[in-house]
Design a binder for this molecule. Structure first.
Ligand code: BGC
Length: 852
């Protein structure tokens, strides 16, 4: 087939008017943000408030609501709506505008001081090889508190209701700290909250942070009647917030993480990242007991549990029929639930299904999430039946001794509810004998001894018997499952070289060795130095990279890759002078261009590239609404087509292993099934647009940001598979993302980008991934450290593209081909997979649609 390359103009527009595209994006951003805010406390029905009522707004996030996180996950939108603006537009009377205006001045000054501080640090070389980016990620902006409340000036209005918005900034490259100003409130913030509570009758606290914070203040002040987990809601946050507090939108979001009473309650609190002074070796001692699996199994009380969230109405969930069905690819259990709105407002509910598992050879968690569904909006009194399908693998455990996913003999309880704590007996599945669901081979062996948490065996048996008794007492429906009827899938492991599409492999045979080498990495373009983390794309300014033009003569396009996951990250604008793109420094692609204030004065014709800042990953996941997430993805896909971007470097989907991970906001949850379902929905949404695709990341175990390029995640194969790979598996099988990004860290001593087990054995052979794999940015460029990945190692592992590409990568590949440590066949397989993706890109008018 002859492929016709599109003629590509400059990206963006010289028109400064707000476009239809932006308006459509804002609508989606507002809807997802409102659907993703979790109402955690609503004493005396303090919310919703009547539109027009007088309210006071305090805290840093009132006037400067943090829309998203720092770093590559940032998005440069035209403007973002603060809570102050949103509430004002919604008709609320803001009674403390003097305080808010004073805050503005303090904020502006603090921002300028911060910029000066970073510039100075960067100029003095503190950033090392990563320059500004390193300085920036290690010195996140700390929001000022604002001045003390002056009762006469600020609180003389006639309101008894005040909001306190607690904000925290964080981002990639550094983990958070278990200290004041980060996980805890500062003394100043605490004093402000105390003042608010002494002045106003009804206080509502709003969490506007990139990660969890300590909530012990909730026990201190009797008049904190409301609590909202807003997280980082994207550019329409303020409007969405007003939608929720006014009741225009009835909250329906649920937590995707457990909120413990104290930080010390988390299972890995002592050892996590810098907490034990060792950021090099991260032992995953808690094993399968991550998040709620730990709290629930060990009976440790929590402040707000997994899956929890309130509504302005009430629902009743009852179980319907349970049956064995055959799903798309495997056997599954289907459970019907009937949900009735028993309150007096329309609303939506999230039906969650958890499983309890037999006590047997393998130690198991008390319960795990196996499925969920969000109802449509139900009017008061209305009811709806929903169906949840549970593939058998969701009930299975991985047995390392057999290298297989197995179902142990016994009773599997299914529990239905609107949170983990609320889940009630719904059905039981009884399996007569142990069955093997999938026969794999062992991967990623441990290089050192690892002690994992182990519960008392007797306690586990007691827990199992108690669960069985509860199911029997409730008289639930029983589904009998015969091991003899369960088919075992035996994985066939093919070599890296053999996993290609024939047409692309043939094309690759026509390329010269130098072309092959060039295509193994991104186009270095301006990436000649090392300070190019995240802005090495040339044709679309601010994009993170693009593939090589080396085979342009053979009609192979160079495709553009741009960041996410909270929208597309491009430079807000760029200039064209004398027919040339005048690109601004990398810093301009962060924080709306704040670090390059002179850009506004640059000469030339201005091309705007305003993108839609959707809510961050946590907020999207908190919606538990796969249709809505797909809608957001579809919108992002349209923006990609508009700007000429083929691959979106999103969604991020690592597991929240500890609340201090600097990047939790980009990821979804502490639970793999929820993570996988949301990532699949996002991918399906983006890829509804032919010619563009997602890049799920960071594969795998990027659970720590400090020393992220050299840290070694040490974990058992079972935990790796059940907790950390499971979400990726679901996303790959349900949505076939066009590409995947490996992570910076090592997994049991082998760098993720050089990890044949992860990339070839698991991703391609076991899951059937058909896309291309790329490294994270500059992964191969720390050659002075033998622990980092090599370019040759990437190719051998099946990691097809080294991004953003550097001259040293090419030299290394040339050397390895010459000395025989890399075969041409191996290299060709990688390039063939990249070619397959490029051919499916919207860069061609007649691209082959991406094969799902
Ligand atoms: C991040 C990636 C990102 C890449 C390109 C890296 O620093 O870890 O998530 O996609 O930069 O900006």
């Amino acid at each position: 087939m002859e492929r016709i390359m599109r003629t590509k103009g400059l990206s963006g527009t010289t028109d400064n008017a707000v476009s239809e595209r932006e308006i459509a994006g804002m609508k989606v951003a507002r809807k997802t943000a409102a659907a993703g805010m979790v109402l955690l406390k609503n004493e005396d029905n303090v919310l919703p408030l009547k539109a027009g009522s007088p309210v006071a707004l305090y805290g840093a996030g009132a006037a400067h609501t943090i829309k998203g996180g720092m770093g590559s996950g940032d998005v440069n939108e035209r403007a973002s709506v603060s809570i102050w603006e949103g509430m004002t537009k919604a008709g609320f009377a803001i009674t403390n505008e003097t305080w808010l205006r004073d805050f503005e001045a303090t904020y502006t000054k603090a921002r300028e001081d911060w910029r000066d501080e970073l510039t100075e640090k960067n100029n003095s070389g503190e950033g090392g090889p990563f320059g500004f980016f390193f300085v920036y990620s290690n010195n996140p902006f700390r929001m000022p508190t604002g001045r003390k409340i002056d009762r006469a000036k600020d609180a003389s209005g006639d309101t008894q209701t005040a909001f306190y918005i607690l904000s925290r900034v964080c981002g990639e490259g550094a983990d958070r700290f278990n200290e004041e100003g980060d996980y805890y409130m500062t003394a100043e913030e605490h004093e402000m909250l105390a003042d608010i509570c002494s002045i106003y009758e009804d206080v509502i606290v709003v969490l506007n942070a990139g990660g969890q914070v300590d909530l012990s203040f909730m026990d201190e002040f009797r008049n904190i009647k409301g609590l909202i987990q807003m997280a980082q809601p994207g550019m329409e946050g303020g409007n969405a917030f007003a939608d929720v507090v006014s009741g225009r939108v009835n909250p329906s979001a649920k937590l995707t993480d457990t909120y413990a009473f104290r930080y010390e309650d988390y299972p890995n609190e002592k050892n996590y990242s810098h907490n034990n002074g060792n950021t090099e070796t991260e032992e995953y001692n808690e094993g399968i007991y991550v998040g709620y699996r730990y709290f629930d199994s060990y009976g440790i009380p929590v402040r707000y549990g997994f899956g929890y969230g309130l509504s302005y109405t009430d629902f009743e969930i009852t179980s319907g029929d349970a049956a064995l069905a055959s799903g798309e690819a495997e056997q599954e259990i289907s459970i019907e639930a009937v949900v009735k709105n028993t309150g007096d407002r329309a609303g939506r509910e999230v039906v969650q299904l958890y499983a309890s598992l037999p006590a047997g050879r393998l130690e198991k968690e008390a319960k795990r999430l196996v499925g969920f569904i969000k109802t449509p909006e139900l009017a008061p009194g209305e009811e709806a039946a929903v169906m949840i399908e549970v593939p058998l693998k969701r009930l299975a455990s991985y047995d390392e001794s057999k290298a297989a996913w197995i179902l142990e003999q016994g009773t599997y309880g299914l529990w239905l509810g609107n949170s983990l704590a609320d889940a009630k007996p719904s059905a039981a599945v009884i399996l007569d004998e142990e069955a093997v669901l999938e026969q794999d081979k062992n991967i990623c062996p441990l290089e050192q001894e690892l002690k994992e948490f182990q519960r008392d065996a007797e306690e586990i048996v007691k827990e199992y018997l108690a669960a069985k008794e509860a199911l029997t007492k409730a008289g639930v429906q029983v589904v009998l499952l015969n091991a003899a009827d369960i088919k075992t899938e035996v994985i066939e492991y093919r070599k890296n070289e053999d996993l290609t599409e024939p047409e692309a492999r043939e094309f690759v045979d026509t390329l010269t060795t130098e072309q092959l080498i060039a295509l193994a990495a991104g186009d270095p373009g301006q990436a000649q130095g090392t300070n190019n983390l995240g802005a090495a794309g040339i044709s679309v300014p601010g994009s993170a990279a693009q593939t090589s033009c080396a085979a342009a003569e053979q009609n192979l396009a160079s495709i553009v890759l741009a960041d996410g996951p909270a929208g597309l990250r491009l430079m807000r604008f760029y200039m064209v002078k004398d027919g040339q793109i005048v690109n601004f420094p990398f810093e301009f692609s962060l924080e709306g261009g704040f670090f390059v204030p002179d850009a506004e004065k640059a000469e030339g014709v201005r091309y705007n590239q305003y993108c839609t800042a959707i809510p961050t990953g946590v907020v999207l996941a908190q919606t538990w609404d796969t249709d809505l997430v797909a809608e957001a993805g579809e919108m992002v896909g349209k923006e990609m087509l508009y700007f000429g971007v083929t691959l979106w470097l999103a969604p991020g989907m690592c597991i929240h292993r500890n609340p201090l991970c600097g990047r939790n906001f980009e990821y979804y949850s502490e639970d793999p099934v929820l993570t996988g379902e949301i990532a699949a929905a996002m991918t399906n949404g983006v890829q509804r647009n032919p010619g563009v695709g997602t890049t799920i990341k960071h594969f795998a175990c990027n659970n720590q940001e400090d020393d992220r390029m050299t840290s070694n995640s040490v974990l058992s194969e079972r935990v790796l598979r059940e907790i950390y790979l499971r979400g990726f598996e679901i996303a790959v099988k349900k949505a076939q993302p066009m590409s995947l990004m490996t992570s910076y860290n090592l997994v049991n001593g082998v760098h993720a980008a050089n990890n044949y087990d992860l990339v070839t054995n698991v991703l391609r052979n076991e899951w059937g991934f058909r896309g291309a794999v790329m490294t994270d940015w500059t992964t191969t460029m720390q050659l002075q450290d033998p622990k980092t990945a090599t370019a040759v190692g990437c190719m051998k592992a099946g990691n097809d593209m080294i991004m953003p590409g550097a001259p040293s990568d090419f030299e290394q590949l040339r050397g390895a081909l010459a000395d025989g440590s890399l075969s041409l066949d191996e290299l060709k397989a990688n390039i063939a997979r990249t070619v397959s993706i490029i051919w499916q890109s919207s860069m061609y008018e007649n691209a082959v649609p991406y094969r799902k």
